[in-house]
Design a protein around this ligand. Sequence first.
Ligand SMILES: *Cc1c(COP(=O)(O)O)cnc(C)c1O
Length: 356
Amino acid sequence: MKVELKLLPAEKRGRLTNQSNLPFGRIFTDHMFYMFYREGEGWQGACIKPYEPICLDPAAVVFHYSQTIFEGLKAYYGVDGRIRLFRPERNMARLNRSARRMCMPEVDEDFVLQALKQLVYVEREWVPKEKGSALYIRPLMMGTEAFLGVKPSAEYIFFIILSPVGAYYKEGFNPIKIYVTDKYVRAAPGGVGDVKTGGNYAASLMASEEAKKLVYTQVLWLDAVERRYVEEVGTMNIFFYFEDELATPALTGTILPGITRESVIQMARDWGLRVSERRISIEEVLSSAESGRLKECFGTGTAAVISPVGWLAYKGREYVINQGQTGPLARKLFEELTGIQYGSRPDPYGWIQFVP
Ligand SMILES: *Cc1c(COP(=O)(O)O)cnc(C)c1O
């Protein structure tokens, strides 16, 4: 399959104005990648075309039963002026893993990655140049067949849109406050907690709205069975640095397998840290916070890279971690990962792919 180019003439294209105050996910570039699928025919019609609304039948499967998956990654404007992607092949692999779980058709990973790079290249003027800013890339697939029965859709669309985003840490690399909920759960064993599918995020809204009212930034989820073991936080995986061990919950099917998580585990092991993927109870976390055995806590994800956690609230009590300060391990991981992403540090793992 070839990607057909239907590009806007130069005078009809927008421009990135006011680079220093980019909100998250509200500005979109001029073009999008698009293709569609029909059972028995496969993927077809691949094109890069002007960004435009999508017209769907009101009976489309996605509106009623949420058969939809997405991905999230970024293109970085490097210190040498070259545009970099961070482990995009991992996002393509996860997209297909999500597709299988949601009974959706897989895509050709190499083809979609090439198309993604082509789109970013077409929109290269939209990649913000300020430190910490990036071009957020959102691939998405949904079932579009017009049919009210509950079964996998026979038709799908897949698209990629791009959004220039500002630096996550505008006011410094400061710890956030997290609310540990024992009232709501995010994902149950056997469910779709390890899939980037829309419904997971709709289901999480009420818990995070309640946490925000209490001025906490995000929710830390506990396991659905015992409401005891830590899972993840908002749209980030979570790490605890106990004394001489960096621990993170194991991927048991209810946690999203983050690419930042995977990268942090690998780097920390190479730095000689003992890293474990295991069950971590909330009692262990809180008693360690009190005794000082818990030296640091941080979230990991594409948006923030590393997000230090300074406070945890649980059952009406607040626990402080590292006196509410960013710890040296979180800082080192942040500097190393962003250094690789923006090309100011070497890329010993071959994690970077260039555009074009
Ligand atoms: C996307 C996501 C993450 C982080 O994944 P990255 O690949 O590191 O960006 C973690 N948890 C949830 C629920 C997510 O949706």
